[in-house]
Design a protein around this ligand. Structure first.
Ligand SMILES: *Cc1c(COP(=O)(O)O)cnc(C)c1O
Length: 379
């Protein structure tokens, strides 16, 4: 007889933010209040910058009020124009940052294993108008950076990486923010490390420090000169203070998520039709999301069936990144958005499911979630 599985008493979401001890936050806020300095390179801002340079193992970093403004500013800083090659399997912010720079996104299909941009399909999309590649380390799996660099060199293209899912990811001990011309991190509340809303750019070119400082502060050079059409992308003192408090909890959160990660892999091991994203041996993983792939033929039920039926157990998973960016009404008429050219992206987007994954969960919760998932097969 089948064991009856009870729904969770409280709703289970895919993530919960790290919430630091409120007393510690108030302590920091008191300092800010006393200083009467709320934005523009304040003490907390500069302290967080220092701490993140160290944590991310990067030479240079510039903080922003969110990841999207950071990305928009990165395109401007690199003077990207006309056409940039990107992926349809990402969050809307990625291609939208191009449109805000008057750049046409050229969608490239993905590798079905890593879900990242398929480096073997990039070259066929390069035209005389191509100025860059905007690639995403999807779910924290690093892109094929060597190959992308080769292509960029050959055609003199700039590279931006969207590392919104990749806080703390390293390749052979090197921080993920060291590659390409500029890398963007998001510190939104749903991300592993957060400042409520926030983001950063990292880079190896020291000249970008000055350029980005101007671009994120209206282009103001000094009291008498405004030299660029900049926007307002600055991180404020309260965001930075939250970030400093959250950073104290990062290692503990990662440790907890490591245990949950192993639990998922254990409980879902050898289930026909369920698979995981491959782990790369030289990569320090991201603990941003736990993602499974469901092959409907082999599992017997579709991703959408699982997603819908989890809800009656009070489990709210997400279909990241459905719909594909190339299917948005404002992109779908682009020639590169033609589904025939994006077969892997269209297949993967119907198979992926982002599962509940945050430090507050217990191994028993994961066990239950997996039991429920398995029960769907015979329902
Ligand atoms: C979260 C996210 C962003 C946007 O970052 P914000 O800080 O929310 O603006 C961009 N790209 C990807 C892949 C993301 O997941």
């Amino acid at each position: 007889m089948l064991e009856k599985i009870m729904p969770f008493k409280k709703p289970i979401y895919i993530t919960r933010p790290i919430l630091p001890d409120l007393n510690k936050v108030v302590e920091k806020l008191t300092k800010i209040w006393n200083s009467k300095w709320l934005s523009n390179n304040g003490y907390q801002h500069n302290l967080l910058e220092k701490k993140l340079l160290k944590y991310l193992k990067v030479p240079f970093l510039s903080l922003f009020n969110n990841g999207t403004t950071a990305l928009i500013t990165a395109c401007k800083c690199l003077d990207l124009k006309y056409e940039v090659i990107t992926t349809p399997f990402t969050f809307p912010a990625t291609p939208n940052a191009l449109i805000w720079n008057n750049i046409k996104p050229i969608f490239c299909d993905i590798n079905p294993k890593t879900m990242n941009i398929d480096v073997d399909k990039i070259e066929s999309l390069i035209s005389t108008k191509t100025t860059g590649i905007l690639a995403v380390h999807v779910f924290g799996t690093p892109c094929k950076i060597n190959r992308i660099e080769q292509i960029a060199k050959k055609y003199r293209l700039k590279i931006i990486y969207d590392a919104a899912h990749s806080f703390g990811v390293e390749i052979d001990g090197k921080g993920i923010g060291n590659f390409g011309d500029i890398t963007m991190f998001s510190f939104h509340a749903t991300k592993l490390f957060h400042t409520c809303e926030g983001g950063a750019l990292t880079y190896n070119n020291m000249d970008f420090n000055k350029e980005l400082a101007l671009l994120k502060n209206f282009g103001i050079k000094n009291e008498n000169e405004v030299i660029l059409p900049g926007l307002n992308g600055k991180m404020n003192e309260i965001q930075a203070a939250i970030g400093i408090c959250v950073l104290e909890y990062i290692e503990e959160e990662i440790y907890k998520r490591q245990i949950l990660y192993s639990a998922y892999k254990n409980f879902l091991n050898n289930i026909e039709g369920i698979s995981f994203i491959d782990e790369l041996p030289n990569v320090k993983k991201s603990y941003q999301y736990f993602v499974i792939k469901i092959n409907e033929k082999n599992f017997g039920k579709s991703r959408d069936y699982i997603y819908e039926n989890f809800k009656s157990y009070n489990i709210f998973t997400r279909k990241y990144f459905f719909p594909l960016c190339s299917e948005y009404p404002f992109y779908k008429n682009l020639p590169s958005a033609n589904p025939k050219l994006l077969p892997n992206a269209h297949k993967i987007v119907d198979e992926v499911l982002t599962m509940p994954f945050y430090g507050e969960l217990y191994v028993e919760d994961i066990e239950n979630i997996c039991k429920i998932l398995k029960s769907f097969r015979n329902s």
